[in-house]
Design a protein around this ligand. Structure first.
Ligand code: SAM
Length: 422
């Protein structure tokens, strides 16, 4: 613990010095604190110091807790989720004024609940950094709760995590008891949790409201440090062919292409997704309000199990797609692209490459492992190590080879560039 603490002190000093040197604001719970601790384009040293601080604090907490208090330390986890779900459903984030305070009495009456329940939930949530009680019996926003109040996509993320992801995680044991060795995508914890026999995307296709919520969640995830768009934008030399055409396969409403188009003014994009998803794309482009970006992005309804209709694109991008699918389906999805590729074409898979245990900071490893478990629970799929990716490519076409793997710092996703070595 002493060794960890010595390193922690030095990293906190380095991070604070960096923030001071930029005239930035030191992290605090105050509502007016910026929502990111260091900007996404901060020097690597500052970002690494922040990562180590999180890692050291996590390990220190675990060490100081000790084995006999393990359970006590882990129990708040499921209550945090229950409280977050409750706060979303009773609209508490939006009912607390963005500036100023509101009493528990008034807030309970606006939310249609009892003051006792409200207090218990909010005060538990406060231990995670949501809301403040600076004046006794009055609630105000912290920087984090204000984010959920003002950013609809973040709110969607919270609703999604608590209404969908948490019950699905709770269904894992039952699913694996019911289908011990089965890899069917309709025999998952997701099927157990919602008691149906549709695949994840099959259920979304039948329910536009769920689809809209999922697209919002994806947009919010894209702004998070680990899955931030900067890793896509800076992770490859996109500008090496300044006039290239990029096809974003399963590109949702186009947030990846928008980020790339903003950074690379010569590139052109085709965003492919299921028809009901790309339908929402033009509205998102309107929001960007920049003709020099929107004029270079087209939308195309396309089922990625069918041969790709765009012949000879420079890049077929698959960002956070293949981890949703098991080995056989990954082979089918990639196999539907290969016939449309020409010699100049490449495929860029942006997905996790699983690290060996303890080979990366524990604070970031647990986030990658959340993704791995989610894939098992929702799709009977998995996150993959390099050899797993190579095995898929070999099965699709033995001439399909990984040419580079780029793992941007702070990213939970790597960029795996795949080319035809014919
Ligand atoms: C996890 S999201 C990733 C979205 C986006 N690529 C990103 O990086 O945020 C998976 C996407 O695959 C799309 N999808 C699922 N099944 C599909 C299919 N058969 N054909 C095309 N798109 C599909 C979903 O609609 C969703 O937008």
């Amino acid at each position: 613990m002493e060794d960890l603490t010595r390193k922690l002190v030095s990293d906190v000093q380095a991070l604070s010095d960096y923030i001071r040197s930029t005239g930035g604001v030191q992290p605090s719970f105050d509502r007016n604190t910026p929502i990111t601790v260091v900007p996404h384009d901060a020097p690597l040293g500052a970002q690494e110091a922040r990562e180590r601080i999180m890692d050291q604090c996590l390990k220190l907490l675990q060490l100081a807790t000790g084995p006999s208090d393990y359970m006590i330390n882990i129990q708040p986890g499921y209550h945090y989720i229950a409280c977050l779900q409750w706060l979303c459903h009773f609209n508490i984030f939006r009912l607390v004024p963005v500036k100023g305070e509101i009493s528990y009495t008034d807030l309970a009456s606006l939310a249609g609940t009892t003051e006792t329940r409200l207090k218990s939930v909010v005060r538990m949530a406060m231990t995670t950094g949501l809301f403040l009680e600076q004046t006794p019996q009055q609630i105000s926003h912290s920087a984090t709760s204000a984010l959920f109040a003002t950013n609809e996509d973040y709110h969607n993320w919270a609703v999604y995590a608590t209404d969908v992801s948490a019950p699905v995680a709770a269904g894992m044991v039952e699913a694996h008891k019911r289908w011990p060795y089965d890899k069917e995508k309709i025999h998952t914890a997701y099927n157990v949790a919602f008691n149906h026999d549709l695949s994840f995307f099959g259920r979304l296709a039948q329910n536009p409201a769920l689809h809209k919520q999922f697209a919002g969640y994806m947009r919010a995830v894209a702004t998070n440090q680990g899955t931030h768009m900067k890793h896509l934008v800076n992770g490859l030399e996109w500008g090496s062919n300044p006039k290239a055409t990029i096809v974003d396969v399963g590109g949702s409403t186009g947030h990846s292409c928008i980020a790339l188009a903003q950074a690379y003014p010569g590139l052109n994009f085709i965003v492919q997704d299921l028809p009901e998803v790309v339908e929402g794309g033009p509205k998102i482009l309107e929001g960007v309000n920049d003709a020099s970006v929107s004029s270079r992005i087209q939308y195309q309804g396309h089922n990625f199990f069918e041969t790709n209709p765009v012949i000879g694109a420079d890049v077929y991008l698959l960002r956070m797609i293949l981890h949703d699918w098991n080995f056989e389906n990954c082979v089918k999805i990639l196999g539907a692209i290969v016939p449309s590729m020409r010699s100049k074409s490449s495929i860029v898979i942006m997905d996790s490459v699983l690290p060996a245990p303890e080979s990366v900071p524990r604070s970031s490893e647990r986030i990658i492992r959340v993704r791995d478990l989610t894939m098992i629970q929702v799709f009977n799929s998995q996150e993959r190590a390099v050899e797993d990716w190579e095995a898929i490519l070999e099965k699709v076409d033995s001439t399909l080879k990984i040419s580079t793997i780029s793992q941007p710092f702070g990213s939970v996703l790597a960029l795996i560039k795949v080319e035809l070595a014919r």
